[in-house]
Design a protein around this ligand. Structure first.
Ligand code: ME8
Length: 613
């Protein structure tokens, strides 16, 4: 296959993007870039899902017209793509004419095939998912994803004969290995398909913000059906680009597999259009709960981009989370990987080799015989296999084995002690290794790859250039360091802002914590505890002239000066302190960031953000 079409899900234009959206873009971008360096012609499309009840309601809340509201939101998504170096070829919005044209074409086609009919519908609807559920799929009529009540909707409208395609979808799931990846996701869909598959209601009566149903202007097209069609409108179905690029690889999260496999799969089957490959990634969580706008526990990727290198964030997500699994967005782990793998392993390798080349050869290194140990330690086959299977984290692990080998090689050969031709020969092999590493990493951390190539003074190559001995002569120039280490002191500042207190656990159960009256206070004074040498007594101002005294077991983490003016969580209506010595079961750590507060307890973390005033 010479052409490659990759798409992300189109995010709801209901609010600013969060790190889950960024993760999806980064995955898609990495795969798109890898295919480009593999020599394929790539079309990478992303965009926004602009219609539907959810967005209508969000816009209403802000007092804006929906069209103005989605325009404003789209600025943030475009900025996200720019900041994170997302190399998309197309950014589609479902408000665009080109999309509407294709939607009409397909709905009319389904009509002409007699696969659409009019009837009544009654069911429980989650507005945040824009999806109907059966009671069985809900938790006491609450949506399991958004933890909110569903709404009963009863109306007359149009239906797509989805039930007709159940058998074909089951067959594809069983027989077609690329329809749904990873494989372990198939079971849950097959299980759901054991129940009756009902026809799909594809129109809405009371939703104005959408594409009107053809020849029935009182209704709009159900947003999920309309949004899925973006994948075809983005490549101008049924014209040249469609012929060139379809079928697609859709990158989506695991909450929308049903829509892509069953709904989209049935629509495509009905239209005799080839099935895509649906590639499912896991969720980015915050404290083990899905990061989601509706749940309100989001990290803004544009904020976090001000704090860390973009490539450090990309690298952390791609290496930390095995493809398909969920993973926590942990700044601590991000910093760990930044310091140890990017700054130490990769940064030092580049910096050491270039420094010696500059110092002893003014940067000019001629081609020499390659030291066979280096190519022997690069397992390109494994890397290619992992990338073919979308195991991005394993591909990075394999590349890192080579990075680490290069460092080991330098240490074992004592490169810095060599002189003359012998040193030049070694430097050439190492420069070739670094050039190859830059190619292999270019899909994951593109900016870093470019920086390395600039220092090597070469153009960044493609996978076909992953061969040792390609460059005739180097004229390298060191330009600063690739990754500045984040100091331990900074880490504490950035990650925690945290304070520990000791509370009486006899008085309160963990389940009850969310009900507590909480205040953010500022520390006014810190004293040593008269009876316990590990404890401080904190005087905390909670506003309106009110001060509260807290006992805190944090002496080993902070000196008094560091604590002054720090924010602390105060749990009101509690007996302030019971000192229990070493096993202190009531230890509470409160991590305070801009809007979110997490209590870190010995048993579990509890997000209590919305309770704080
Ligand atoms: O579902 N971690 O939009 P969306 C990882 N408009 N991925 C996440 C995530 C998280 N915490 N939260 C969301 C929609 N996503 C529809 C798609 S496609 C025709 C219509 C992923 O804004 C989610 O799984 O809720 C989806 O793939 C994408 O972000 C957009 O989510």
């Amino acid at each position: 296959m010479k052409n490659f079409f990759i798409s992300t899900a189109i995010a709801y234009a209901s609010s600013k993007p969060h790190c889950g959206h960024m993760y999806e873009e980064v995955i898609a971008d990495t795969i798109a870039r890898w295919n480009r360096i593999s020599g394929k012609k790539v079309h990478f499309s992303t965009g926004l899902d602009c219609h539907g009840l959810k967005i209508e309601r969000y816009a209403e809340k802000t007092g804006k017209k929906p069209e103005d509201f989605v325009k404003d939101i789209s600025k943030y998504f475009l900025e996200l793509c720019k900041v994170y170096n997302i190399s998309y070829d197309d950014f589609i919005r479902t408000t665009e004419k080109r999309h509407k044209r294709v939607v009409y074409k397909l709905i009319n086609k389904l009509k002409s095939k007699r696969l659409i009919y009019k009837d009544f519908y009654e069911g429980l609807y989650c507005v945040d998912c824009e999806t109907y559920y059966t009671e069985k799929e809900l938790d006491n009529k609450n949506c399991k994803i958004h933890k909110k009540p569903t709404e009963m909707i009863k109306e007359e409208g149009y239906f797509f004969k989805m039930s007709k395609f159940k058998k074909e979808i089951i067959k594809e799931l069983n027989k077609n290995p690329t329809f749904l990846i990873p494989k372990n996701r198939r079971k849950e869909i097959l299980n759901r398909l054991k129940d009756e598959l009902r026809d799909l209601s594809i129109s809405r009566k009371n939703v104005k913000w959408g594409i009107p149903f053809p020849n029935d202007k009182n209704l709009t097209i159900f947003v999920w059906v309309e949004a899925l069609i973006n994948y075809l409108s983005a490549i101008d179905y049924p014209n040249k680009k469609y012929k060139e690029f379809w079928p697609a690889v859709h990158i989506i999260g695991n909450d929308i597999i049903w829509q892509h496999i069953v709904i989209w799969g049935s629509i495509l089957k009905a239209l005799n259009i080839k099935l895509p490959s649906v590639l499912v990634h896991g969720f980015i969580n915050l404290n083990k709960e899905k990061m989601s706008k509706s749940l309100g526990n989001v990290i803004d990727p544009l904020d976090i981009a001000k704090k860390y290198n973009i490539d450090s964030i990309r690298y952390f997500l791609l290496r930390e989370i095995p493809f398909g699994d969920d993973g926590d967005f942990s700044e601590e782990k991000l910093i760990d990987r930044h310091n140890n793998e990017l700054a130490n392993d990769l940064g030092n390798l580049v910096s050491r080799v270039l420094a010696i080349a500059e110092k002893n050869f003014k940067g000019k290194i001629n081609k020499s015989k390659i030291d066979g140990k280096l190519p022997k330690n690069l397992n390109l086959k494994n890397i290619m296999r992992f990338m073919d299977n979308y195991e991005l984290n394993n591909a990075l692990n394999e590349i890192w084995k080579f990075v680490n080998y290069c460092n080991k090689h330098i240490a074992e050969e004592k490169l810095w002690e060599m002189r003359g031709k012998r040193q030049e020969t070694h430097l050439y092999s190492l420069l070739e290794s670094i050039r190859i590493i830059a190619i292999l990493l270019s899909s994951f951390i593109p900016e870093t790859s470019e920086k390395i190539c600039r220092q090597l003074n070469i153009k960044q190559g493609n996978l076909k250039d992953v061969k040792f001995g390609l460059i005739k002569s180097y004229n390298v120039k060191k330009q600063g360091i690739l990754f500045k280490k984040i100091e331990a002191q900074n880490i504490k500042e950035q990650v925690h802002h945290s304070i520990a207190g000791i509370m009486s656990m006899d008085k309160i159960k963990f389940e009850d914590w969310k009900k507590l009256d909480l205040r953010v206070g500022k520390i006014k004074a810190v004293k040593d505890h008269p009876d316990a040498d590990k404890l401080y007594i904190l005087l905390v101002s909670v506003g309106k002239g009110e001060d509260i005294q807290l006992v805190a077991g944090i002496k080993e983490h902070y000196n008094k000066q560091e604590l002054m003016n720090k924010k602390v969580i105060v749990l009101r209506n509690l007996e302030p302190a019971v000192i229990r010595g070493e096993e202190s079961a009531g230890m509470v750590l409160a991590a305070v960031s801009d809007k979110r507060v997490t209590l870190i307890t010995p048993d579990k973390d509890i997000d209590i953000g919305s309770k704080v005033q």
